[in-house]
Structures are given as structure tokens and as C-alpha cells.
Write a protein that binds this ligand. Structure first.
Ligand SMILES: C[S@@+](CC[C@H](N)C(=O)[O-])C[C@H]1O[C@@H](n2cnc3c(N)ncnc32)[C@H](O)[C@@H]1O
Length: 284
């Protein structure tokens, strides 16, 4: 399947139709919610409500998780159709129509943290040659760094296309002053594997920045995978039982059935012979 960011620029791809389809899809909403929760967890915020930024907030699925957890949020997105749906859904965040590649236009040091869910890969693709991805990433990360309080974190869940893309993103973010790196949850799972870029905007006084631990590193399975293995096991047991039942039809079993039928006497029963219950050849 081709990647959406190869099909059209984001403001074209996320048109009215796509914005509605995206938000009405229950599978998408539950995956986005799970990733938004994880990004919020990785922000490692202290107790109490915080002022957070959601980059590429779309129709507000990720922002809703922030408000559910008691935070105040501001969202920006390049697609007016996505923001229209967010407004219809009456999300609590303040919404801005803005291209993150042009830089985020907020006052310095205002946000206690930033999340971004399924967006960063879009910034690595440019529709025109004048829009160089590296320059766009540079504008984005430098202005984002400035808008965060000292020691705040920015966590990006994203779908990197290849290792070069990861290297480019980390290189640019580091040059803009961020520390941190990449965290891969459930690295051995095809379905549950998720990439999170965890960035630190400087250091809080007296606290050393430490990369958080990835989930599933020790071989633990994602809860959905555990559930599906249990289903598979149950299916296997069921199949085994039905196989066992077939093997009951041996000579002894057939003779017993015949004896019962003869005692009942309501239908003719074949005579016993040395061929009763023999293995038959498979005919093709
Ligand atoms: C997959 S959606 C994710 C939306 C939301 N974060 C969620 O979890 O539901 C990706 C969003 O990124 C936005 N986006 C892509 N490139 C962008 C850019 N340069 N600036 C701002 N938003 C962008 C798209 O418009 C789209 O709403």
C-alpha cells in the first residue's frame, strides 16, 4: 500500500471526505487514542493540569486524550477540513490552521510539553522543490524548541519510511538544541511496533534527562496480541477435540452401535464381519 504522504500534500489528502472517514473509523480512533496516551505518558509531566501543544491535531482525536487527562491544549493543523471536524466535535482545545513546516508561531517558553501523533513523516515529504524537507524540519524544530519551557519534552509518534528519514529527523532536532532520541515500543511485533521520538528541550534544574524505557523490549506482548494468542489456543483445543471424536469410530465402537440397534430392532443392521471398522483407502 502506498503511503498517504506519497499520494498528495496533507492539506489536499485530508479533504472533507477523508477527514470524516478518518474520524468515523472506530479502528483508527482507538489506535490514535492509544498512541496519544502513550505520548502523554512519555512526556513524564508532574502532577496537575499543564498547557500542552498538539502538532497536527487533525480532528482532535489526540487532543481529546489530553483534555480527558485534565490538561489544556492548543492544536495546530495544515488541513482546514480536519479542523472543521474538530470544531464540529466541540473539542476544548484552541485550534490553529498552520503549516508546522513554516514554524510554530507561539510566544517563547509557553508550553509545558508537546505531543504529535502520526504527523512527523508528513514533514519529510515536500510537494515542491522549494519546500526542502530539511529546511522545513529545521524551522519546525527550532521554533518548537523556543515555545517550550526549559526541560519540557516533545514526543512524536510517527511512521518513518526508512532509516535515513530517522537519521535526518534526529540530526535536525539535535542541531536545534533538543536532546533525546528514538524509542521503539514492541520492537519484535509486526502489528504493535510503534516509533516515538522523545525530545528534551534542555534540562530541568537538578534532573538529568533519561530516555524512557520502551514497552515490549523484554519480549512482553502487546495486550491485543496476548488476547489473540488465547483465542488461537482455544481454537486449537476445539479442533483437537473434534479430531479425537472422529478416531472413536473404531471396530469396537461400530460393534457397540450395531448391538444397540439390533436390541432396539427398529431398523435392519448389517452383519458383523472381519471387515467391520477397517481402514478404507482414500478414493480420488
Ligand atoms: C494521521 S492524521 C493525525 C491526526 C491526529 N494527530 C490524530 O491522532 O488523530 C495526520 C495529521 O497531520 C496533519 N499534518 C500533516 N502535515 C502537516 C503540517 N505540515 N503541518 C500541520 N499539520 C500537518 C494532517 O493535516 C493530519 O490532520
Amino acid at each position: 500500500m502506498s503511503r498517504p504522504e506519497h499520494i498528495a500534500p496533507p492539506e489536499i489528502f485530508y479533504n472533507d471526505d477523508e477527514a470524516r472517514k478518518y474520524t468515523d473509523n472506530s479502528r483508527i480512533t482507538s489506535i490514535q487514542a492509544e498512541m496519544a496516551y502513550r505520548a502523554l505518558e512519555l512526556l513524564n509531566l508532574s502532577e496537575g493540569p499543564k498547557y500542552l501543544l498538539d502538532i497536527g491535531c487533525g480532528s482532535g482525536l489526540s487532543g481529546e486524550i489530553l483534555e480527558e487527562e485534565g490538561h489544556i491544549w492548543v492544536g495546530l493543523d495544515i488541513s482546514s477540513a480536519m479542523l472543521d471536524v474538530a470544531n464540529e466535535r466541540e473539542v476544548e482545545g484552541d485550534l490553529f490552521l498552520q503549516d508546522a513546516g513554516q514554524g510554530v508561531g507561539f510566544r517563547p517558553g509557553v508550553f509545558d510539553g508537546c505531543i504529535s501523533v502520526s504527523v512527523l513523516q508528513w514533514l519529510c515529504n515536500a510537494d515542491k522543490t522549494i519546500n526542502r524537507p530539511k529546511a522545513r524540519l529545521q524551522r519546525f524544530f527550532s521554533t518548537l524548541y523556543a515555545s517550550l519551557t526549559k526541560g519540557a519534552r516533545a514526543v512524536f509518534q510517527f511512521y518513518p519510511e526508512n532509516d535515513d528519514q530517522i537519521e535526518l529527523i534526529i540530526d535536525v532536532a539535535t542541531r536545534c538544541g533538543f536532546e533525546g532520541g528514538l524509542l521503539v515500543d514492541y520492537p519484535n511485533s509486526k502489528k504493535a511496533k510503534k516509533y516515538y521520538l522523545c525530545l528534551f528541550a534542555g534540562q530541568q534544574t537538578g534532573i538529568k534527562n533519561q530516555m524512557p524505557k520502551a514497552l515490549g523490549e523484554d519480549g512482553d506482548l502487546h495486550p491485543d496480541e496476548e488476547r489473540s494468542i488465547q483465542y488461537e489456543k482455544r481454537g486449537h483445543q476445539y479442533k483437537k477435540k473434534s479430531r479425537d471424536r472422529k478416531s472413536v469410530k473404531n471396530k469396537e465402537w461400530i460393534n457397540k452401535k450395531k448391538r444397540i440397534a439390533r436390541e432396539k430392532g427398529d431398523k435392519p443392521v448389517a452383519n458383523d464381519s472381519k471387515f467391520t471398522g477397517r481402514r478404507r483407502k482414500v478414493r480420488f
